[in-house]
Design a protein around this ligand. Structure first.
Ligand SMILES: Cc1cc2nc3c(=O)[nH]c(=O)nc-3n(C[C@H](O)[C@H](O)[C@H](O)COP(=O)(O)OP(=O)(O)OC[C@H]3O[C@@H](n4cnc5c(N)ncnc54)[C@H](O)[C@@H]3O)c2cc1C
Length: 456
């Protein structure tokens, strides 16, 4: 950053996800911006499950944050971990140093939640970062390799049972993709096992899937999963996870080496350092304009926030909400900067615009609820593909993903099926808990650089 920017108001943005990125893109005012993320990339989380299921490689769903803003001289990008926010001193404590702000935008998202059973994480990876997705992929591919090389029928069954926990969008998408992987992709590749005999079991605590969707679409989602061979278990809760099985609340034990966790989300644990009363899941209860109570210079946006908007709508933890919040706060700070720095006046409240929801359940299957219209099957699947391609960042990524999808569609193959460094991975899996997003740990997972660099 050149000296000419040194005396300008300093806007610090924590998190280069959907919210943080939109904020930086839309803030036009005369200021200097420091964008801090613990990884060097923006991650397109809606396609993460395809990385986990070997359909896409990691670089196809991520873009270096530094390169996104290479033309904006006001923006300095720092790769660092935010550890604490000191509201009194107006400083953020990073892992390497402190940084002062005039305005602060907290956009650190959330993490995987194990409902007080953090030790399950070592056997049941969640899906939040690239490292998580690569760990899931390695787990599944390695299990099938071991099953092919195993003579013990019980152990084989254990290796070929896949339990997906949670019937929200992530669980549904994982279960659908997993069923497709075993039944259509692996089909001709093994000799000693029949991958189609693999059992994919989706465990859901409630009595329907996708609980924010209309009931008829939830039913359609369950139907489509079952048509792929997924066993959907409603009204069951997981009470124990080990490296060999999952135990349910009715005492049933499912032998498995593969548990995929899609059940819970909570806010980034940095919220606990704010010294304010937090909302459900540790989220920040923001004012209607998205500022923190009594702190007009500090905003929070995206998954880290809990808010009912003026229409009494509870703003959901989805990418469009985070992006809309980012744009809203950019407009408010721009207004402030146009007046006197820190001026407090009536600010516009944030109003969420719901453009719809959609989830995919494998090839030609999906459910969508857009503009009041509900549809499922092929049309929902095509809509999902189109929308995700449009919002994916980077032309190279769009093209690469389109080619990967076309290849998978015509060849019934997955392009990203290499288990990198299997020997080292197996050793790590069986001894120490892997370096992925320890639920809630502020220094978590995004940057297992060695793993990521080798993928794709
Ligand atoms: C598997 C999956 C699938 C999803 N599918 C969909 C979908 O289909 N449609 C949809 O609308 N939404 C989907 N979502 C939800 C959507 O991704 C989130 O709502 C959205 O990412 C929230 O944006 P955000 O800016 O609040 O946080 P994020 O996008 O999560 O960004 C947070 C950023 O903060 C960084 N960070 C975290 N902690 C620190 C720290 N301590 N220091 C520095 N940096 C830090 C992270 O590296 C990250 O870049 C999905 C989420 C997941 C996990």
């Amino acid at each position: 950053m050149g000296d000419e920017h040194e005396n300008l108001p300093h806007v610090v943005v924590l998190g280069g996800g959907f919210g943080g990125l939109q904020f930086c893109k839309h803030l036009k005012g005369h200021c200097r911006i420091t964008l801090i993320d613990r990884t060097n990339h923006h991650l397109f989380q809606p396609l993460l499950y395809q990385v986990a299921m070997a359909g896409l490689s990691a670089p196809e769903v991520a873009e270096p944050i530094r390169s996104i803003f290479r033309h904006d001289r006001r923006i300095t990008v720092l790769m660092d971990t935010a550890e604490r926010i000191d509201l009194e001193r107006r400083r953020v404590v990073l892992s390497t140093r402190d940084i002062a702000y005039d305005y602060l935008v907290i956009a650190l998202g959330g993490g995987v939640h194990y409902f007080g059973n953090d030790h399950w994480e070592q056997h049941a990876p969640g899906l939040k970062t690239l490292a998580d997705a690569l760990r899931m992929r390695r787990m599944i591919l390695t299990s099938f390799e071991k099953a092919e090389n195993c003579d013990d029928p019980d152990e084989r069954r254990r290796l070929m049972n896949i339990v997906v926990v949670g019937g929200g969008p992530t669980g549904v998408e994982l279960a659908g993709a997993m069923a497709e992987l075993t039944r259509q992709v692996f089909k001709r590749d093994f000799r000693r096992i029949n991958p189609a005999e693999a059992k994919v079991i989706l465990v859901e605590g409630g009595d329907h899937l996708l609980d924010t969707y209309p009931v008829d679409l939830s039913l359609k989602a369950a139907e489509q999963l079952e048509s792929l061979g997924v066993v959907v278990m409603f009204n069951h809760r997981v009470v124990e996870v080990t490296d060999a099985c999952v135990t349910l609340d009715d005492g049933e034990t499912i032998p498995t080496r593969n548990v995929l966790w899609g059940a819970g989300v909570h806010a980034n644990p940095i919220t606990r350092t704010l010294g304010i009363e937090l909302g459900p899941g540790g989220r920040i209860p923001v004012e209607p304009d998205l500022s923190l109570p009594g702190r007009p210079d500090v905003f929070a946006i995206g998954d880290i926030v809990t808010l009912r908007d003026p229409n009494r709508v509870l703003v959901p933890g989805v990418a469009p909400a985070a992006m809309q919040m980012g744009r809203h706060v950019a407009a408010l700070i721009d207004e402030d900067l146009g007046q006197r720095l820190g001026a407090v006046r009536a600010r516009k409240p944030f109003v969420y615009v719901d453009k719809g929801s959609m989830a995919t359940i494998g090839r030609k299957r999906g459910v969508a609820w857009v503009g009041g219209l509900k549809f499922s099957g092929l049309l929902a699947w095509l809509t999902w593909l189109g929308v995700h391609l449009i919002f994916l960042i980077g032309y190279r990524n769009k093209l690469a993903v389109l080619l990967s999808w076309f290849y998978s569609y015509v060849a019934f193959k997955r392009g990203a099926r290499i288990i990198f460094n299997a020997a080292r991975s197996a050793a790590a899996d069986s001894s120490t808990p892997p370096q992925t997003s320890a639920p809630g740990a502020p220094v978590a997972s995004g940057g297992s650089a060695a793993t990521i660099e080798t993928d794709g």
